[in-house]
Write a protein that binds this ligand. Structure first.
Ligand SMILES: C[S@@+](CC[C@H](N)C(=O)[O-])C[C@H]1O[C@@H](n2cnc3c(N)ncnc32)[C@H](O)[C@@H]1O
Length: 194
């Protein structure tokens, strides 16, 4: 582990303490804990990165507070309808609309699409267009992290289609490409590179 990683690990511990109220808020699901405590920790202690977080929710609105403690991370989010945010790092738009916008081409090191399939990106065309946009805005070695619900009855997104467009990689923080969580909705995380 490099000296930088060690320093950021110490900083991460401080962030966990100072934002404990958010990290430990009541009723938090297992998948949300995994995202915040495993994936975010690995990103926080890792290399310089630009992140796009797709879709915002009251449970994820505070995430910018985490990243404001790390000058090596540029955190941005995008949502077409979310009302509360009015920051310079928030785009009121759909991820699909970034496709073909030159300023966004190859911009991000990490794109996180958690809980957006089945929550607005539902129709086959929207799924195709959003994956094409994710690919367009990712740097050549960027990571796409997808969180989605899967049960015997339904699945938010067909990961076989994602695998036709991207290559499987391990999720930041674990040695698996796919992580199942305890949530009753069968929430899983998967990760990809271009
Ligand atoms: C269940 S919330 C989850 C948000 C967030 N990713 C999280 O993990 O907390 C779904 C959000 O995705 C947003 N959304 C729906 N379609 C979208 C799209 N095409 N591009 C970006 N965000 C979208 C919705 O407006 C909604 O606020």
């Amino acid at each position: 582990m490099s000296i930088f990683n060690k320093l950021y690990l110490i900083k991460w511990c401080w962030v966990r303490l100072s934002l404990n109220h958010y990290f430990e808020s009541y009723g938090k699901s297992d998948d949300r804990r995994f995202l915040e405590k495993i994936i975010f920790k690995e990103i926080f202690c890792g290399k310089q990165a630009k992140i796009l977080f797709v879709g915002v929710h009251p449970e994820s609105e505070w995430y910018s507070k985490i990243w404001s403690n790390n000058p090596r991370i540029r955190y941005e989010c995008i949502d077409p309808v979310y009302k509360k945010l009015n920051r310079e790092d928030f785009y009121r738009s759909r991820i699909q609309d970034l496709y073909g916008v030159e300023d966004f081409q190859g911009k991000y090191d990490i794109v996180i699409m958690n809980g957006v399939f089945g929550y607005g990106i539902n129709e086959p065309k929207d799924i195709e267009d959003s994956l094409a946009a994710a690919k367009y805005i990712m740097k050549s070695d960027a990571v796409l992290i997808v969180g989605y619900r899967k049960s015997d009855q339904f699945c938010d997104v067909d990961t076989k289609r994602i695998e036709e467009l991207f290559k499987k990689v391990n999720i930041p923080g674990v040695k698996n490409h796919r992580q199942e969580n305890l949530h009753s909705n069968g929430h899983c995380f998967v990760a990809y590179k271009k």
